[in-house]
Design a protein around this ligand. Structure first.
Ligand code: Z5A
Length: 212
């Protein structure tokens, strides 16, 4: 089973990935935790460029995320699925639609085509969309109260508007594919959110994968 975690910045994906992996292993399901960008050696080099390099043009950024994904699917995700592991991936194709499509304004159809090319058509069985207002996620990430993130400052305000478009994008994607993309309320403590996630994952897992 291939599960992806999606959402804006600071919504708790990394925290929830670890808690979900713990639940899965306790239930006897071997699992692989991975992420995009950065799930392979090439991906780690691309992650450095994408997240810490000079600003890129939106199209160049899109192609680098696609290159990361093509390598990741072939070298990491497909072999793990073939070996019977549950794969839990922090971000996948929906992030590209939300960030490069809805956020940066690239053509959604073209983004979908590139996603398809990069994945060879592989789609998650289940996508958990951790939903949190962008202000809360950004403040969590800054590890301090909202006032200290400098959101009043113009640049930060632009950043917030970008993240609002991304959030809207995830909302639209979830509404279009309610079977695959399940909204998870990401407010509350990590354990409360983990319990919500497990209540969604467990029945799907039992239906899809025989109990080991
Ligand atoms: N990106 C893209 O544009 N296109 C693509 O196709 C792909 C990615 C694949 C990096 O992603 C960037 O890549 C991302 C989109 C882009 N950013 N932008 N712009 P990333 O996933 O590596 O980075 P991120 O989204 O910024 O994730 P993050 O900072 O690692 O946040 P997170 O994983 O969602 O949350 P966390 O690390 O678990 O938690 C953040 C903080 O909140 C931390 O201090 C926790 O202790 C705390 N936390 C966690 N849960 C809670 C709860 N429940 N309550 C309170 N505090 C909590």
């Amino acid at each position: 089973m291939f599960i992806t975690l999606e959402g804006g910045e600071g919504v708790g994906k990394t925290t929830q990935q670890a808690l979900l992996a713990l639940q899965l292993r306790q239930a006897g399901y071997p699992c692989l935790c991975t992420r995009e960008p950065g799930g392979t050696a090439l991906g780690r080099a691309l992650r450095e460029i994408l997240l810490h390099g000079d600003p890129l043009t939106p199209l160049a950024e899109l192609f680098l995320y696609a290159a990361d994904r093509a390598e990741h699917v072939q070298k990491c995700i497909l072999p793990a699925l073939a070996a019977g592991q549950v794969v839990v991936c922090d971000r996948f194709t929906d992030s590209t639609l939300a960030y490069q499509g809805y956020g940066r304004g690239l053509d959604l159809q073209q983004v979908r085509q590139l996603n398809h090319l990069a994945t060879g058509g592989l789609q998650p069985h289940l996508t958990l969309w951790l939903d949190l207002p962008p202000e809360v996620g950004l403040a969590r990430k800054a590890s301090g109260p909202l006032a200290r993130t400098g959101l009043a400052d113009r640049l930060e305000q632009e950043r917030l508007e970008f993240h609002r478009r991304v959030h809207q994008g995830f909302q639209t994607l979830a509404a279009a594919e309610p079977q695959r993309i399940v909204r998870i309320d990401a407010e509350g403590s990590p354990l409360e959110v983990a319990a919500r996630i497990w209540s969604v994952v467990k029945p799907r897992l039992l239906a899809a994968v025989p109990r080991p």
